[in-house]
Design a protein. Structure first.
Ligand SMILES: [Fe+2]
Ligand SMILES: [Fe+2]
Length: 244
């Protein structure tokens, strides 16, 4: 199976070119990709531990080892490019994400068929994106070579997951893929909703800080000006014999 980028990613090529053009952002993104690949390797090792199928166990272990090697490649290149004296940059992770692997799927509670379906879609999407990243990185042959190297493995991942899914459920393969697609859509919705909530929360706090708080500050200053300065005579002592 050859990786083909989605129409959406092809249309976004100028955006991807812009995202990868800044060296510092490129370095940060590669380091982030390294973390995600490493997480994927952990999830796949767990899947290998849980599966009752011996041939799948071997494939999951190979897959885990390859994801770990991708993490090393991305981290090495990210460290070469990173300039620690420069601060953080906008990484545009929602526009140009890396590989999502099992995307926090609970490996222990999923069956092999649903894991394979989810993995197949995830690897396919990642491989398609890596084709675009490779294209837009013409000015950086070393990073481009890293993507080309990783892409070969990703193509193997999307192929073996598809073949194994067909072996386990020859009749319900389509259904499993649709279920996995729905799960990925739900996770994408949650990601968008979470970032929207975070953006709205930041805007609300900014409004409170710059608009609401100054009003109270001015009112407090005005009240302070009305107060008499210096010592003030104590209030008349009240008899404490009865309540009134
Ligand atoms: Fe990978
Ligand atoms: Fe992969």
């Amino acid at each position: 199976m050859r990786a083909v980028p989605s129409t959406f990613d092809v249309l976004l090529t100028p955006v991807h070119r812009w995202v990868w053009s800044d060296v510092q952002r490129r370095a940060r993104k590669l380091l982030r990709f390294a973390d995600t690949e490493e997480d994927g390797a952990h999830d796949l090792s767990r899947a290998a531990e849980m599966t009752p199928d011996p041939s799948l166990r071997l494939l999951y272990l190979r897959h885990a080892a390859e994801e770990q090697s991708h993490a090393v490649l991305f981290r090495r290149r990210g460290c070469d490019l990173l300039d620690p004296s420069r601060g953080r940059v906008f990484e545009a992770n929602w526009l140009a994400p890396g590989e999502r692997g099992l995307d926090n799927l609970d490996v222990g509670s999923e069956r092999d068929e649903s894991l394979l379906a989810f993995l197949h879609l995830s690897e396919k999407a990642a491989a398609g994106r890596f084709v675009v990243y490779e294209r837009v990185l013409a000015g950086d042959p070393q990073t481009r070579a890293v993507f080309a190297r990783v892409l070969k493995d990703e193509e193997f991942h999307m192929t073996y997951t598809h073949k194994q899914l067909a072996r386990l459920t020859p009749r319900r393969r389509g259904l499993r893929l649709w279920q996995a697609r729905a799960g990925r859509l739900w996770k994408a919705y949650l990601r968008i909703a979470a970032s929207l909530a975070s953006a709205i929360g930041t805007a609300m706090l900014a409004v409170q800080y710059f608009v609401v708080l100054p009003v109270f500050s001015l009112a407090a200053k005005r009240a302070a000006r009305l107060e008499p300065e210096g010592f003030v005579a104590a209030r008349r002592r009240v008899a404490l014999e009865d309540q009134y």
